[in-house]
Design a protein around this ligand. Structure first.
Ligand code: PGA
Length: 250
């Protein structure tokens, strides 16, 4: 049995003081969670959020990491820097990074390797655009994105990877993949992992769905056998909504 993991992706929202307030509101609401609970926050919010989550089971993540250990990369953050702030997770390869900041499958791979080496757990995002789904490329594309991102990773490190299947057309649009669509594509990702690493390892990898997940659709998605959690954008910015998602099984 894979333990579900629900993660919030706050994107570029909340100042440190606003972040503290949101976590304080969230804490009592997720006390009884049966899943892993993570908030992936803007880098400048990490110290405040680490402080605020004390005494709760909420873990903290970052939203991106550079692949180099250090050097002349103005504006970037290394895996060691993030690790020292106390984050446990980092999102890599989010479609917004790919779309607006020129990240490619090759640099996503480098980031994954750097993060794992530093001892971070990775939430690796993959997913197709609308026209790619319509053209029938979804399965090939998510398999390719996943396997390239993990190239060079030791089988023993696959346990540090969580995959978020996020159809780009469902992110922030209010559109969600149907429960069956999400389950089927996540099944394709798991089958690709099984071919590469064997079934035993593939069956342990947690694969989330992301894209307009909210209190109203979480139950149906989580009832699917392949779906092990969610990566939540918009709905993670409201404590009551995020808590309702975390407590989907109650
Ligand atoms: P959304 O974002 O829940 O607002 O669609 C999900 C994501 O981008 O991770």
């Amino acid at each position: 049995m894979r333990k579900p993991i629900i993660a919030g992706n706050w994107k570029m929202n909340k100042t440190p003081s606003e972040a503290t307030a949101l976590v304080q509101e969230l804490k009592p609401l997720v006390k009884e969670a049966n899943c892993d609970v993570v908030v992936c926050v803007p880098a400048v919010d990490i110290p405040a959020v680490k402080q605020a989550v004390r005494g709760s089971k909420i873990k903290v993540g970052a939203q991106n990491v550079h692949f180099a250990a250090s050097g002349a990369y103005t504006g970037e953050l290394s895996a060691a820097m993030l690790k020292e702030t106390g984050v446990d997770y980092v999102i890599i390869g989010h479609s917004e990074r790919r779309q607006y900041f020129g990240e490619t499958d090759a640099t996503v791979n480098q980031r994954v390797l750097a993060a794992v080496k530093a001892g971070l757990k990775v939430i690796l995002c993959v997913g197709e655009k609308k026209e790619e789904r319509e053209a029938g490329y979804t399965d090939a594309l998510v398999e390719y994105q996943t396997l390239i991102a993990l190239t060079g990773l030791e089988p023993n490190d696959v346990k540090n990877i969580i995959i978020a299947y996020e159809p780009v057309w469902a992110i922030g649009t209010g559109l969600t993949a149907t429960d069956e669509q999400a389950n089927e594509t996540i099944g394709v990702i798991r089958a690709a992992l099984a071919r590469k690493y064997g079934k035993a390892i593939a069956n342990k990898v947690r694969i989330q769905y992301g894209g307009s997940m909210k209190p109203g659709n979480v139950k149906g998605l989580m009832a699917q056998p392949e779906i092990d959690g969610g990566l939540i954008g918009g709905a993670s910015l409201k404590a009551a909504d995020f808590a309702a998602i975390v407590n989907y099984d109650k």
